[in-house]
Design a protein around this ligand. Structure first.
Ligand SMILES: [Zn+2]
Length: 476
């Protein structure tokens, strides 16, 4: 038999100690036995605030969780009551998750008295005899009860445009360490560092989650409504960081050890990934997160950057026959490239390309001696023959330089998870030493990098379950 909550007196009959101190994990409650084994317990604010205080002392102190004007109890679940002020006060806590943990603790600790107390008036002496102590789980209270939505917002609110990732890295390092993860800062360049964390009992997990901490500019602070979280990085990729941590924590509690790797520089040159690749712990699988709307990518398209530079000879534009137009040559080269048939992969789709920039010329009355264009091809296979075709098409008209290639990658899929093709590039090619890659994450790439970037809350919470399910399948 478990005690039930009798809500009518609940607000008056509690006493706690140590609830905002990080070094104390015990909270003491008084409860009042009432009729038929029902006991009054006021756990709401106390327990939640206590747990939260372990990781967020500063914020908790500003919350007046004991309020004289306690509103009516709003929700009751088994023997655990949440009341409105507590709910308001713990906006950052996942109430369901917290309730789950607290209920387990309470059920273990409460010894029902079996007494029947008839009188309804609260009797302090009776209550004292029934004082109980609840010991909250020592580690990871915060992460296991973590609200991925609130955690996403916290991450979004730390600006981390590429090059400026150190603060968000420090934050993640702190949060993970505090939850008893073995967190490490892996220096990349200056004060920029990757964050890598593993459960302390397993420093070399077979499966590692990864994504990036940096965002594109400009910084946009977080906001939310009933269905979405908004702000820079909400979907690319801070919501993913939150979902991966929540999943890794959930798995750890089931005895399944995974690592988390958060990288700098993905949006520019994958520098963080390239440095991390030299320090692989030898994992078998890498679950990389980018916004794929929770579908698993069967491949990620590659990228080939091409610079076409044409040279000419200046002359007075009244006498074009005396000069040689670099722009004319470049235009002809581009015309040929646009007419070129690009490779198609039956499963993945076509290679696409974009002429991203064109520069050239000096003045309307000067035959241009210089012109240049930058192109980006999205690859659906090896680039060898495409490179050759491009060079042949341009011929003598201009100089062709292949300035960057991120290869096309085929990825591991998981049965029963809907699939997609990632047209964008990721850190995956640069993380070749971290095991066989998978790519999946909440959020849509179509809103990434936009002014209205957002992530659906449902996708965030679904992603946690999905990540856990994928890990379970991979180790099966
Ligand atoms: Zn991204």
């Amino acid at each position: 038999m478990h005690p039930r909550v009798w809500t009518s007196y609940a607000q008056t009959h509690c006493r706690t100690k140590g609830e905002s101190r990080e070094d104390q994990r015990q909270a003491e409650f008084l409860f009042q036995p009432v009729e038929r084994h029902a006991h009054i317990i006021h756990l709401a604010a106390t327990t939640i605030v206590f747990a939260l205080a372990q990781s967020r002392a500063a914020k908790i102190e500003s919350q007046h969780w004991i309020t004289k004007a306690i509103q009516r109890l709003r929700s009751m679940e088994h023997n655990f009551v949440m009341e409105r002020p507590a709910i308001n006060g713990v906006w950052m806590a996942d109430q369901r998750g917290m309730r789950r943990i607290c209920r387990t603790s309470v059920e273990q600790c409460l010894q029902p008295s079996g007494r029947t107390v008839k009188k309804k008036r609260f009797d302090m002496r009776v209550a004292r005899r029934h004082a109980i102590q609840i010991t909250l789980p020592a580690a990871s209270v915060m992460l296991s009860a973590m609200d991925v939505v609130a955690f996403t917002r916290q991450l979004v609110d730390i600006e981390s445009i590429t090059g400026n990732e150190s603060e968000v890295g420090d934050f993640l390092y702190r949060e993970l360490s505090r939850a008893n993860w073995q967190a490490k800062k892996l220096p990349v360049e200056g004060d920029r560092q990757n964050i890598y964390a593993t459960p302390s009992q397993q420093p070399q997990p077979a499966i590692v989650f990864s994504t990036h901490m940096d965002t594109v500019p400009p910084f946009i602070p977080s906001s939310e409504d009933a269905t979405c979280v908004y702000g820079r990085g909400s979907c690319d990729a801070k919501g993913i960081i939150a979902a991966q941590i929540a999943a890794a924590e959930q798995l750890r509690q089931q005895g399944i050890n995974t690592g988390v790797l958060f990288l700098v520089g993905e949006e520019r040159d994958s520098l963080g990934a390239r440095v991390a690749n030299e320090h692989s712990p030898g994992s078998r699988f890498l679950i990389n997160g980018e916004p794929t709307e929770n579908r698993i990518a069967i491949a990620s398209k590659g990228a080939l950057r091409v610079e076409i530079t044409a040279k000419g000879r200046m002359a007075h534009s009244a006498y074009p026959e005396l000069g040689e137009s670099a722009i004319d040559k470049l235009l002809e080269a581009l015309r040929r490239l646009r007419a070129m048939k690009l490779p198609i992969n039956d499963e993945i789709g076509p290679t696409t390309f974009n002429i991203g920039t064109i520069q050239g010329g000096r003045a309307p009355n000067v035959i241009p001696d210089h012109a240049r264009a930058e192109l980006l091809y999205r690859l659906v296979g090896p680039s060898q023959s495409l490179r050759q075709q491009i060079s042949e098409a341009v011929g003598e008209l201009a100089h062709v330089e292949f300035s960057l290639e991120i290869p096309f990658v085929r990825l591991r899929t998981v049965d029963s998870v809907p699939a997609m093709i990632a047209a964008f590039t990721t850190d995956i090619p640069a993380l070749s030493n971290w095991g066989e890659p998978l790519l999946i994450g909440p959020g849509s790439i179509q809103v990434a990098h936009t002014e209205g970037e957002y992530i659906e809350k449902k996708q965030l919470t679904d992603a946690v379950e999905l990540y856990c399910a994928i890990v379970t399948k991979l180790i099966a």
